[in-house]
Every structure is written in C-alpha cells, then in structure tokens.
Write a protein that binds this ligand. Structure first.
Ligand code: IMP
Length: 501
C-alpha cells in the first residue's frame, strides 16, 4: 500500500474570519463631538494629522496626488511601475514643492545667460534664481519681474545685466520663518536669500512657501518644512531603487509585495533598513501574526496588512488565497501592539465607514487605492461613459500594469527556478477598471474625514487610540447588511453613488 498523506490536522483552526461588511461599530456612551475628535497618528515616527496613505499604484500615486495628500495631512506612496530615475523624480518633485527654508536653492553663476535662467526656472517651476560667484557668494537675484519685458534677442545676454543687485535684501543664516515673514513684508519682496558671515548663499525663504504653510497648517512636513512622501520598492532592484529614492529625500520606503511573508521580502526589508536606518521602512503585505513577527524581526518599522482585499484584486479567485480584511487587521494589530509596531490596513476600503471599522480593528493608518483613484490629482484622464465621468483604476497585477516594471509584485515565484513550465507567462491577479470621478482630493478627503469623525462620535472615541481600544463591534447578518444600505426606496440619481458618505 502506498502512503497517503492526510490533510493538515489544524486545517480548520481559526477558521472563521470577517471583513468590513460583516460588522458594525456598536454605538457607545459618548461625550465627544465629531468636531472635537483628533485624527492624528504616528507611523514609524512620522506624525500625520490624517491617518491616510495613498496606494502605490500607477493609477493612484504620482507626484501630484502625493503633494495634494501630504498637504491635507496624509502621505502618498509613489508607485514603482516607473524607471528608477522617473520614480526618484516624482519624489524630488514632492520634496521641492514646498519648503520651510530651501537649504540648497537652485542658483546660477554670473556667466549664465537669460536663456539658461529661463530654462532652469521652468524646469524647477520657480519664479526666481539667486546668482552666485565662484566662491558661492551671493551677487544678485534674478526674478520673473526682472525679465518680464525682455525680448528674445536678449536671451543670450548674461544674467548679471538683468538681476537685482542694488538694495539686495538678505538675512543671516538662522533667521526663523516668523522673522522672515516680517522682512518679506517690510520690503515687499517675494524671496529672501539667507547668507553666512562671508556672504555665501546658504538658503532661501519664499513668500510662496510661507503662503502654502498658512493655507494648509496640518500638512505632513519633515524637519525642513518639506512635504513628506513615501515610495514603493520591490525585491528585484530594491537596493538601487532605494538608493535613488533616498538621494531624492524620500521619508518612507514601502517594500511593496503581494506576499510579504517570504524570504525575499524579509531579506529586502532587513537590507534596506540596515543601509538606511533613518528612513521609515514599511514591510508587507501580510495577514497573520507570524507574518508581522517575521517582518518586524527583519527590521520593519511598520507592517502593511492585506492579501486579496483590494477592489481590483483577483488574488483570491486566481490563487484561492487571502484573508478577509477585518480579521487580518485584528490579528496583525494584536501582534503589532505587542511588538510596538504600527499596522497599515491596505485594501478593501471603499467608504468612510470601512475606515472607522479598520481603526476599530486595530489599524494605525489606512491605505487607499479605489477611494482615491477618482480624484483630479490621480494619474490619467477623465473619461465620459454613459453620461458620467470616470477615471481609470487598475490592479498592479493586472495584465496591463504587468507590462510595466512592477511585474515582480505578482510574477516572482510563479515559476520555480529551472522550471520551463509556464515560463514567460504571467497570471494576472488584478483587473483593469474605472471608478467614478470624485473631484479634487481635498474635497474627497473632507468627506472621508467627516465620516471618520462621525464614526468616532458614535463610538465615543476622542482619538484613534480610543477608537482602537474602546470600540465594540457586532456581527451582522445578510438582513442586517441590507438594512444598513438605503432600502425600500428609489434613490435619486445624485445620491445613488454615495460611496464616501
Ligand atoms: P483598494 O483600495 O481596495 O482598491 O486596494 C488597493 C490595494 O490593493 C493596494 O494598495 C494593493 O495592496 C492591492 N493591489 C494593487 N494592485 C493589485 C492587484 O492587481 N491584485 C491584488 N491586489 C492589488
């Protein structure tokens, strides 16, 4: 008789798991008003006024969305379906989009021509450039105002003929932003160069940056007053990619994989953290306590949770693997709390109610793909279909996205080394789709935060910490879920898509 191996004895251990629609927050005693709750969180030492991260997907996060989200108080994760150079340029754009003091201002030498100045100003989207000599001493400043009426014939003339030199207002290194505001106002100027004792250019403070700070006081800023930004890396070219991103000033590196409880991902997290200890490293995705422990042991500062929950994801259908997201968050958050590591809930969040439930289950932040893909700042054009406006949204494991560079997110490990079976063919684990256009990111975030605040009010939680620790959930039946949605009415067209309400 040949040996027959029976199934795993523990096959049904921990068998039942739940997701967002399976539960509701039980309204509890509350003496907090939604308007008074705080929504701040800390992820790997980075303080965020809003606990929102954008998904590292090519239809969600490039520089424009990362800028808009960081200005609201969250953080964007630039996708990696780009060359290393292109991805680093997106990070650079975010870091340069706003500054407290610009520590390394773009400058030109006296021999530069007006054409050079034009080129550099448009490349960096800036309205002026300090002129320095060989000793880095400031000799003048050229702004749009100086060259407004220049003719094309003057474009090969040196900048020194046009720059402002007389009454050049500067301030010493160490000038605070408040002092700078005062000087900028007193002299009615837009740019204040900071110089050291020898007159060398050491920084620049601009009215534009100060205005941005006043407009968005809760923006996620680094120590230099620049917007925070994260970026995804894979396993294959992790170190080269991380190096370029670190040089561009990235705040957070997200080892972005479909299955993070693997040798390759654990080693990558370890190597990246070892080389760049000052950068926050996020490992993922996992859905079990063991997965969290492995990533944390390797050095992850933050663990990202979710397999198969994404709205564009077909992993569970194609591979039969995954874990309903609420249970995954809960299991991982229990382990994360013991290890002192925050958990990001990634995938499956469509409504603000889902966000409330993710925090109740233990998350420290949520990652949003679907919910953000329809905003103006997401990549891609608006499409008009059947009289409605849409934007493209696709899985990074969809056939279309896998023609790009992020292919290793889903394709690595599909074919055993040395095997020729199926080589060269990739099995998609995501779909190409579209989502309803949802206006500007700021408006949408306002809706999501409003919903989160309301949920905190029902739970009686004044902070996310309280929402995590105080909330009770109840499991709902199919009838309960039906009752949760508008029912027994014909909903007016404008309200039919009340996703974010
Ligand atoms: P959503 O917010 O529900 O749309 O989920 C977004 C998340 O789905 C991303 O942050 C990824 O973790 C995951 N994801 C992205 N692309 C794919 C895919 O093609 N298949 C499976 N999961 C994906």
């Amino acid at each position: 008789m040949s040996a027959v191996s029976g199934p795993n004895q523990a096959l049904f251990a921990g068998f039942e798991s739940l997701t967002f629609d399976d539960v509701l927050v039980v309204p509890g005693w509350s003496d907090v008003l939604p308007s008074d709750v705080t929504t701040g969180t800390t992820i790997g030492g980075i303080d965020l006024a809003l606990p929102f991260m954008s998904a590292a997907m090519d239809t969600v996060t490039e520089a424009p969305l990362a800028i808009a989200l960081a200005r609201e108080g969250g953080i964007g994760i630039v996708h990696r379906n780009l060359s290393i150079l292109e991805q680093a340029q997106h990070v650079d754009r975010v870091k340069r989009s706003q500054a407290g003091m610009i520590t390394a201002p773009v400058s030109l030498g006296p021999a530069a021509t007006l054409a050079d100045a034009e080129e550099i100003m448009s490349r960096h989207s800036i309205s002026g450039v300090p002129i320095t000599d060989e000793g880095e001493r400031l000799v003048g400043i050229l702004t749009n105002r100086d060259i407004r009426f220049c003719t094309t014939a003057e474009y090969d003339r040196p900048v020194t003929e046009f720059m402002t030199t007389e009454n050049l207002i500067t301030a010493p290194v160490g000038t605070s932003l408040d002092q700078a505001v005062e000087v900028l106002h007193r002299y009615r100027i837009e740019k204040l160069p900071l110089v050291d004792d020898e007159g060398r250019l050491r920084g620049l403070i601009t009215v534009k940056d100060i205005r941005k700070r006043i407009e968005k006081p809760h923006a996620s800023l680094d120590d230099e007053g620049r917007l925070r930004v994260g970026a995804a890396i894979g396993v294959a070219d992790a170190m080269d990619r991380a190096e370029a991103l670190a040089d561009a000033g990235v705040d957070m590196l997200v080892v972005d994989t479909a299955h993070g409880h693997t040798r390759g991902v654990v080693d990558t997290v370890g190597n990246v953290k070892h080389k760049w200890p000052e950068i926050v490293v996020v490992g993922g995705n996992v859905v079990t306590r063991d997965g969290v422990e492995a990533l944390v042991a390797a050095g992850a500062d933050v663990v990202k949770v979710g397999v198969g929950a994404g709205s564009i994801c077909t992993t569970r259908i194609v591979a039969g693997a995954g874990m309903p997201q609420l249970t995954a968050i809960y299991e991982c958050a229990l382990a994360g709390a013991e290890l002192g590591v925050p958990i990001v809930a990634d995938g499956g969040i469509v409504t603000s109610g889902d966000i409330v439930k993710a925090f109740a289950a233990g998350a420290d932040a949520v990652m949003l793909g679907n919910a953000l893909a329809g905003v103006d700042e997401a990549p891609g054009e608006l499409e008009l279909v059947d009289g409605s406006m849409w934007k493209t949204y696709r899985g990074m494991g969809s056939a279309g996205a896998m023609r790009g560079r992020a292919i290793d997110r889903y394709a690595t490990g599909q074919v055993a080394p040395g095997s020729t079976a199926g080589a060269g063919k990739h099995v998609p684990e995501g779909v190409e789709a579209r989502v309803r256009y949802s206006g500007s990111l700021a408006e949408l975030i306002g809706q999501l935060v409003g919903g989160l605040r309301a949920g905190m009010g029902y739970a009686g939680a004044a902070s996310l910490e309280e929402l995590r620790t105080k909330t009770r959930l109840t499991k709902v039946t199919g009838a309960g879920l039906r009752e949760s949605h508008p029912h027994d009415v014909v909903v007016h067209q404008g309200d039919a898509d009340f996703h974010h309400g």
